[in-house]
Design a protein around this ligand. Structure first.
Ligand SMILES: NC(=O)c1ccc[n+]([C@@H]2O[C@H](COP(=O)([O-])OP(=O)(O)OC[C@H]3O[C@@H](n4cnc5c(N)ncnc54)[C@H](OP(=O)(O)O)[C@@H]3O)[C@@H](O)[C@H]2O)c1
Length: 333
């Protein structure tokens, strides 16, 4: 059997382009052949494998993957593709889960494994999607949904292996942490810090996802289910506090106590997202765009992971990690 994974990629933006570039230029244990790619305007399909160099060049020059012909219906492309895996990289939309939910469901129902970086379908339908994948004998992998390239879910899995994880808390949103850091370390105002986050490309297209805590809430819900086995959904997140209204007085009060404000997402018997005072010595007091997550383990104590999380290359690393794990499952390595 050829040790090759045949892939459909939906979404060739920051993460998808990085993924395509890396598939083109790097060698992995398994061959990765992209047989279809879809963006918001067009699609390119070739059962023999797309010429990724040409696709990337066309996307750069024209903004579209396709050659200008009418865009095939994405669900039909996913359904009919002679592929093993769907990689779903469309934008996270706080208002609803489409079209990503339909893309994922179509892939599973037509015998494909799924790798996604899109957290909204999982935060709202985690149990249903995992059950759907399991009943069909398919893999649904989502490392990139929590911590971007930081292997947060992997550490959670390891911690839970010979121990019980009793609680999780962490800084899970790079943009809000960047804004809070800028405001506290450099004394700039909220709007100016948000502008800088946008200029540097950290903020989501809809920054409300970051600053109102929705992104952190999605991630803690996924973590709580994946590691603690709790069936929370976004509706269970209470309190749910963003950083939009954070006052200078509150920051100053924290500073006088040697503390900093951080947006902390937590899970134990409940799930919450709130702005908390954190001691400067606390590993969760990360700066800039870093993330940090602490797993409280009953026997082995706290286990912490921290570091840079998002960005195209970091996040495509998590996607590749999942693709290679699917290779191991498929080829029994
Ligand atoms: N960027 C990060 O650091 C990061 C980290 C962790 C997780 N994620 C998640 O990864 C996913 C992708 O992020 P990104 O930063 O790569 O987003 P992005 O740069 O906005 O790219 C999104 C891609 O999806 C395409 N798209 C939009 N609507 C579509 C539709 N209806 N059908 C097919 N394609 C569609 C866009 O097409 P056009 O090119 O035609 O606009 C674009 O290629 C998101 O869910 C995000 O939350 C991102």
């Amino acid at each position: 059997m050829s040790r090759e994974i045949r892939v459909v990629i939906v979404g060739l933006g920051t993460v998808g382009m990085s993924l395509a570039r890396r598939i083109l230029s790097e060698r992995y244990t398994y061959g990765i052949r992209v047989v279809a790619a879809i963006d918001s305007k067009s699609a390119a399909v070739d059962d023999g494998g797309l010429n990724l160099r040409r696709v990337l060049l066309r996307k750069k020059r024209t903004g579209a993957i396709g050659d200008g012909a009418e865009r095939p219906e994405p669900l039909a492309v996913i359904k009919e593709a002679d592929a093993d895996v769907l990689v779903e990289l469309t934008p996270t939309d706080p208002a609803h889960t489409e079209p990503s939910l339909s893309h994922i469901s179509m892939a599973l129902s037509t015998g494909k494994d799924v790798v996604t970086a899109n957290k909204m379908p999982l935060a709202l339908h985690y149990r249903r999607l995992l059950a759907d994948a399991e009943s069909r004998g398919r893999a649904l992998m989502y490392s990139a949904c929590v911590g971007g390239g930081l292997p947060v879910l992997d550490l959670g899995d390891l911690c839970a292996q010979a121990d019980e994880v009793t609680a999780i808390d962490g800084v899970l949103n790079a943009t809000s942490n960047f804004i809070l850091s800028e405001m506290q370390e450099r004394g700039v105002g909220f709007e100016s810090a948000l502008g800088e986050a946008r200029r540097l490309g950290y903020a989501e297209a809809d920054p409300g996802l970051d600053i109102d805590g929705v992104d952190s809430a999605c991630k803690i819900v996924i973590l709580a289910d994946h590691v603690l086995g709790k069936g929370f959904t976004l509706d269970d997140v209470r309190p749910f506090e963003g950083i939009r209204g954070i006052s200078r007085a509150r920051m100053e009060k924290a500073r006088r106590k040697g503390k900093r404000l951080r947006m902390i997402a937590s899970a134990d018997d409940g799930v919450s997202v709130k702005v908390e005072e954190v001691s400067e010595a606390d590993p969760l007091c990360v700066r800039g765009t870093d993330n940090a997550v602490r797993f409280d383990c009953e026997f082995s104590g706290p286990r912490i992971i921290q570091g840079p999380a998002g960005g195209g290359d970091a996040t495509s690393t998590a996607v590749l990690r999942d693709l290679l794990a699917i290779g191991r499952l498929r080829f029994g390595d």
